[in-house]
Design a protein around this ligand. Structure first.
Ligand SMILES: Nc1ncnc2c1ncn2[C@@H]1O[C@H](COP(=O)(O)OP(=O)(O)O)[C@@H](O)[C@H]1O
Ligand SMILES: [Mg+2]
Length: 264
């Protein structure tokens, strides 16, 4: 059975997609079979992996709303062991369409259930990373409900970083009680750290105080290379493998693997 994590935070621009894509790429590089599931209508994870969101034949929209199977939606990325369930702009309409569908909160979970059986024609994954949109709507609820091994929350090192986190924690608690009893907070990742400012350091301390033992030791620095890589459709591991951002995502992936009892 794969380890399934959702990357969630209702704030936009905090590093959810950057973390999903780059941790996914390092996991794959180190031998894990990885599926990135993009459920954000903006489809940034899809384009960050070099796939044109307007040209995907079937997307997570079809998976969630039309009940199309994962094996038909899934695409290869051109990177070994790294596959993608792409998003498309159509997903924006899913929020409305899902409302009238049965089990509207568990449709992604149902779509991924095939990964726990032997039916999926030979496709096995060690990790599934679900990249959620910047809201606490039905799409994110689907992500949290499908995340059998927990949620990873990227937090940007900026003023008011804690704002909104208690609301997110409450939403996680609600989903745990009603839909996914195994849902746990796998960890918070501090992103876009600027070593030149006291603010970044203070924010990390503050978040660690509020979530003792729940913040990954690895801190992701602000790095121009990380922000450039998506426009080339490449993860940092191939775009700028020696950059500070690459080293940080490698370290975060190592920390994640170790915590999961999977050593490289
Ligand atoms: N550590 C970082 N340093 C510099 N830019 C970053 C970093 N992490 C993310 N970015 C950039 O910030 C923007 C928001 O990041 P993204 O991962 O898309 O956030 P989210 O998915 O939470 O909306 C993107 O343009 C991304 O390239
Ligand atoms: Mg995103």
């Amino acid at each position: 059975m794969p380890i399934i994590y959702a990357l969630a935070n209702q704030k936009g621009g905090v590093g959810k997609t950057t973390t999903a894509v780059n941790v996914g790429a390092y996991l794959a590089e180190w031998g894990q079979r990885v599926l990135v599931v993009d459920i954000d209508p903006q489809a940034n994870a899809t384009s960050s992996l070099g796939i044109d969101k307007r040209a995907v034949p079937l997307s997570t929209y079809d998976l969630l709303v039309r009940g199309v199977s994962l094996s038909r939606v899934m695409q290869l990325t051109g990177r070994v062991r790294l596959d993608l369930a792409p998003a498309s702009p159509a997903l924006a309409g899913a929020t409305v369409e899902l409302v009238s569908l049965p089990q509207r909160e568990s449709r992604l979970r149902q779509a991924l259930a095939v990964l726990n059986t032997d039916e999926e024609q030979g496709k096995r994954y060690d990790y599934v990373l679900i990249d959620c949109p910047p809201s606490l709507g039905i799409l994110t609820v689907n992500g949290l409900t499908a995340a059998t091994d927990g949620v990873i929350i990227p937090v940007q090192c900026e003023y008011l970083a804690l704002e909104g986190l208690s609301q997110l924690v409450r939403a996680i608690e609600l989903v745990r009680r009603a839909l996914n009893p195994k849902l746990r907070l796998r960890g918070l990742v501090m992103t876009m750290y600027d070593a030149r400012t006291n603010l970044s350091r203070q924010v990390v301390e503050e978040v660690r105080r509020h979530f003792p033992g729940r913040v990954f030791n690895t801190i992701i620095p602000r790095s121009v290379r990380l922000s450039e890589a998506p426009s080339y459709g490449e993860p940092i591991i191939s775009y700028a493998p020696h950059s500070a951002g690459a080293l940080a995502y490698a370290a975060l992936t190592r920390e994640l693997l170790a915590g999961d009892g999977r050593y490289r």
